[in-house]
Every structure is written in C-alpha cells, then in structure tokens.
Ligand binder design. Structure first.
Ligand code: PRT
Length: 105
C-alpha cells in the first residue's frame, strides 16, 4: 500500500524539472516553503472540520489533501516517505508514554 507513496514521491521529484504553469506541484516549489506550509495549515484545518462534520468520505478526501501537501514538503526538503515510514517503524511497539520519556532524556 505504501507503494503509492513512493510512486507519488517519484512524480514529486520529477516535477522539480517542470515549469510552474504546467504543474501544480511545480507551482508550489516555485512559490516556496511558506506557501507549502500555508497549504499544510489549510489542509490540516479542513481535515479537522471534516472530522467534526462526521462525513467519512470527506475525512478521507481532506486527509489525502493533507498527506499530499506533506509529501510536497518532504520532497522540497530533500526527504521522502521512507524517512517518515522508517521513523514510524522505529516507534512500532513502543508505547507513546515510553517514547515521550525517551525524548526527554
Ligand atoms: N495528489 C495530488 C493532489 N491532491 C490535491 N492536489 C491539489 O491540491 C490543491 C488543493 O488545494 P485546495 O483544496 O485548497 O484547492 P484550490 O483552492 O484549488 O487551491 P489553491 O488555488 O488555493 O492553492 C488542488 O489544486 C488539488 O488539485 C493534488 N495535486 C496533485 N496530486 C498528485 O501530484 C501529481 C502531480 O501533479 P501536477 O504537478 O499538478 O502535475 C498528480 O499526478 C497527482 O498524483
């Protein structure tokens, strides 16, 4: 299932060579980090509103928008989905309480 994340990451990488008028992703890169962060803030808010509304399809739609824009951020920063998936893998089986205690050491 995470294949789709890697496929999307490959497209996001290719879009670094594309011009902004031909690609939404290229237009985000051209506008820069603040615009990407603003989109993430908007999509996070829209996800919250969707969840409060209780429409599951809308929650899926807004979460996809949020994940997509986070993927654009990762690509812009020279990172990819594997970096996040590896971190989640590292945390796997570790309780949130234990993990937080380790962070504070
Ligand atoms: N998964 C997505 C994807 N999800 C959401 N979006 C776009 O993200 C934007 C979401 O913004 P909003 O909901 O705020 O809508 P909006 O008002 O039109 O946006 P703004 O004008 O305010 O920026 C819309 O333009 C969506 O089309 C996406 N755009 C692209 N992709 C993927 O990225 C690939 C490359 O896209 P291009 O670079 O456009 O070819 C595509 O083939 C897809 O696989």
């Amino acid at each position: 299932m995470s294949d789709v994340l890697q496929q999307l990451a490959d497209v996001l990488e290719q879009r670094k060579q594309q011009t902004a008028d031909k690609s939404y992703v290229a237009s985000l890169y051209a506008k820069g980090l603040d615009t990407i962060l603003k989109k993430i803030g908007e999509e996070a808010t829209e996800t919250v509103i969707a969840a409060k509304g209780g429409d599951k399809q809308q929650i899926i739609y807004e979460t996809a928008d949020l994940w997509f824009h986070c993927m654009v951020l990762l690509a812009q920063q020279g990172l990819g989905p594997d970096d996040v998936l590896n971190e989640l893998q590292r945390r796997f089986g570790l309780s949130g309480i234990e993990e937080k205690a380790q962070r504070q050491k």
